[in-house]
Design a protein around this ligand. Structure first.
Ligand SMILES: C[S@@+](CC[C@H](N)C(=O)[O-])C[C@H]1O[C@@H](n2cnc3c(N)ncnc32)[C@H](O)[C@@H]1O
Length: 431
């Protein structure tokens, strides 16, 4: 999956490569050809010279999606659109772009959408904006929390009042140097992770905010902004926010900024900025939010209780051996004291991509799909966004038939921005 150390000659035209939006080359040509044959690559290369499709609102049941060019480059679908309103409430490695979900929801117009690996909630947010009821399940409590915060209904004047209030109180406590006797016990914590990964002042800022947020109606909203701030306030280098290995406590040469940078000493500025940003994003989403029902389960999607009548599944399962979904938000689990279910994650990075890991992965994915199928309506569709280079997905084995497959190149993935990457949308129908 991670195609970094690459020597093979690329099979795409030079102008595409020079575009630099298509970081290319492969270390194992055979592997890549198995995954996506040359014809697919050539088609995508050709499409790269053309303007991709962006008139999303025009999609209807009559649209032939196979004919659309979905190989968006940065200029076709800029970051601001991919991360509009709540889609950037919190960093999350491994999410798909909302426009991809939107296209298929508009095409198939389902009544009840389910995402068994809902992650940061992209499917549910998009379903809601189109007035479609949706259900999501995720084994990671932080991801379920994030999805809930994105999709909840808010009394905006109350949220604004609480936002102003918590920031005012945080500033007052900080100005008093956190010397308020009543507060001092709350600003200390014996936690190996927090003590190692945050400066003493950052710890106080975060713990003060954590104490204050308990006074508000929208506690979950503040928990997410706290987590986002904590992520930025960790003692990490600017160039390794995703996979930091050890705390950076001294000045360091920063490859990203080409100068010497200092480790972060406080969290206050992040808390302030992100709380306001999150409020604005929730308020912006209100313009699109409908009253369609959103249900979020923090559970294992192999066994979770589901209602009957799901007519459409849109999901991207964890890719085998690539990301540990609990570990990527470890700061949130530690600060908020969230229950950790990481042993139930399917295909975690720490299990790698060995034959045993593949077997466990297939068993896990098949168990989710079979379980989901039991609650699906007749002829219901399952759309799986995946890069199946190992050929692990098999519709018939779990009671579906394959009715389509759309391939696209993924430009600028979160967290792995410099490696070439294709994905497919597998379209299966319940047998
Ligand atoms: C690729 S991510 C989904 C991202 C999502 N499409 C988005 O846009 O945010 C896969 C998700 O599957 C979840 N997951 C892994 N094993 C699971 C299980 N057994 N049950 C439910 N969710 C699981 C992970 O926690 C992760 O959030």
């Amino acid at each position: 999956m991670d195609l970094t150390n690459i020597t093979e000659k690329p099979f795409l035209p030079a102008e595409v490569i020079q575009d630099n939006l298509f970081p290319i080359s492969y270390n194992n040509k055979q592997e890549v050809e198995n995954m996506y044959d040359n014809a697919v690559a050539q088609k995508i290369a050709k499409q790269y010279k053309e303007t991709p499709f962006t008139d999303f609102a025009s999609i209807s049941p009559k649209t032939i999606i196979e004919k659309l060019n979905l190989n968006w480059r940065e200029r076709d679908l800029p970051e601001a659109q991919r991360t509009k309103h709540v889609h950037r409430l919190h960093p999350y490695m491994g999410k798909f772009i909302p426009q991809l979900v939107e296209i298929f929801l508009r095409k198939y117009q389902p009544k009840l959408v389910y995402d068994p690996f809902c992650g940061s909630g992209t499917t549910l947010v998009e379903a809601n904006t189109l007035g479609i009821n949706s259900i999501g399940t995720d084994i990671s409590l932080f991801n379920a929390l994030l999805t809930r915060v994105k999709t909840s209904k808010y009394d905006i004047p109350l949220l604004e009042k609480e936002t102003r209030d918590i920031l005012k109180r945080l500033r007052e406590y900080k100005e008093k140097s956190y010397n308020d006797k009543k507060l001092i016990p709350y600003l200390q914590i014996k936690n190996e992770y927090i003590n190692a990964w945050f400066s003493p002042t950052a710890q106080k800022d975060l713990l003060c905010y954590l104490t204050l947020l308990k006074d508000y109606t929208y506690q979950d909203f503040f928990k997410v902004t706290l987590s986002r701030s904590a992520r930025s306030a960790r003692l990490v280098t600017h160039f390794d926010l995703d996979f930091p290995k050890k705390p950076q406590t001294t000045p360091y040469y920063c490859y990203k900024h080409d100068r010497t940078c200092q480790p972060v000493v406080e969290a206050y500025k992040f808390l302030y900025r992100y709380t306001i940003d999150a409020f604005e994003r929730i308020r912006d989403f209100l313009k699109f939010r409908t009253n369609a029902k959103v249900t979020i389960n923090h559970n294992d999607s192999r066994t979770v209780d589901l209602p009957k009548g799901i007519d459409f599944v849109f999901t991207s399962p964890p890719y085998i051996g690539l990301i540990d979904y609990h570990a990527q938000h470890k700061y949130a689990y530690q600060l908020l004291g969230l229950q950790n279910n990481e042993t139930k994650e399917i295909g975690p990075a720490k299990n790698g991509q060995s034959d045993n890991a593949k077997k466990d992965y297939i068993d896990g994915i098949n168990a989710v799909l079979s379980h989901t199928r039991e609650c699906m309506a007749k002829n219901g569709l399952v759309l799986i966004v995946v890069n199946d280079k190992y050929g692990l997905y098999n519709a018939e084995r779990v009671g579906f038939k394959s009715v389509g497959k759309i391939n696209r190149h993924v430009n600028r993935r979160t967290g792995r921005r410099d490696t070439p990457f294709y994905e497919s949308v597998l379209i299966w129908q319940k047998l």
